[in-house]
Design a protein around this ligand. Structure first.
Ligand code: ZN
Ligand code: ZN
Ligand code: ZN
Length: 289
């Protein structure tokens, strides 16, 4: 039987978050806590593993708010800063868990990480720089995500940094995650991956799926998400109509809109506009489980 996943929305906002700096619009000034949106990220519990999708600039605040003490892996959707800008803070997990953090991403995303976090890839590292292990994704194949218990052990020495020791012979568990290939732009520019965890598929920043084969990968999901930033047409995100068409085609039991911007109505008004099985997500919402 297919494994069931539980997904917690840690952030449901677009790249600027809501409220946006220096904006006095009614969405940014709303008193409804569901209108406060951190940058898009979800925490998925699946097959005994704790998997984070994206680590944007609000990563630290999100980990603290949800009291997360353990991560097995981080899956990155694409290389935009609102999805990768918080990765330096994995240092806290290195210290707490004494393992490198496993990151899965496409090769072009790793190239960006090597440029933007050069110090974490250096031969001779500054003591305490992030310790991570990057695993590359082939979007055509399922990803085997394994627990971090099977990774090498870190041992901290003041003035030196981390020593890397062989892994404990711990029972290593793993799950299969299906990457869903999409594009940020209609002209097939900037590859973005969505991820299917059994009965739940998380997609954001996808203007269009790569091909029919990607829709096949979504067959039978109970819950699905898609990012949408405004009602009308947008160059790199689906319009509301495109989002609703996608949800209808996938045919999940419940569908959730994430990556919302202040150009959409306030949460309550937006929810009232949507069909019965389509909902705006909000920070803290839990689905599945
Ligand atoms: Zn984004
Ligand atoms: Zn605003
Ligand atoms: Zn993006």
């Amino acid at each position: 039987m297919e494994k069931k996943a539980k997904l917690t929305f840690l952030g449901t906002g677009t790249s600027s978050g809501i409220p946006m700096i220096a904006c006095d619009c009614e969405v940014c000034r709303s008193a409804d806590p569901r209108d406060k949106r951190m940058r898009a990220s979800v925490l998925v519990e699946y097959g005994g593993l704790t998997i984070l999708v994206d680590a944007g600039p609000d990563f630290r605040a999100q980990m603290l708010q949800h009291d997360v003490h353990h991560l097995d892996a981080i899956l990155l959707t694409h290389n935009h800063k609102d999805h990768t800008g918080g990765l330096d803070d994995i240092r806290a997990f290195n210290l707490a868990e004494l393992h490198p953090v496993n990151i899965w991403c496409e090769p072009y995303v790793e190239t960006t990480l090597r440029r933007e976090y050069g110090y974490a890839f250096a031969e001779e590292k500054y003591p305490g720089a992030p310790e991570w292990r990057v695993h590359l994704i082939d979007p055509a194949l399922p990803i085997t995500v394994h627990s971090n218990a099977g990774e090498e052990v870190l041992s901290w020495e003041h003035g030196f940094g981390y020593h890397h020791l062989p892994p404990h012979p711990a029972p290593d568990s793993s799950v299969e995650v299906i990457p869903i290939r999409g594009w940020h732009h209609r002209e097939k520019k900037t590859s973005v991956l969505g991820y299917r965890f059994g009965n739940i598929a998380y997609l954001t920043d996808i203007k269009m799926l790569d091909s029919e084969a990607e829709y096949e990968k979504l067959k039978g999901v109970e819950y699905v998400t898609l990012g949408c930033v405004k009602i009308g047409d947008h160059h790199s995100h689906p319009s509301l109509q495109e989002t609703l068409d996608f949800f209808e085609r996938v045919g999940a039991r419940e569908s959730y809109i994430t990556h919302l911007s202040h150009q959409l109505p306030r949460h309550e008004d937006f929810a009232a506009m949507l069909p019965p099985h389509v909902h705006p997500a909000w920070d803290g919402l839990v689905i599945g489980g």
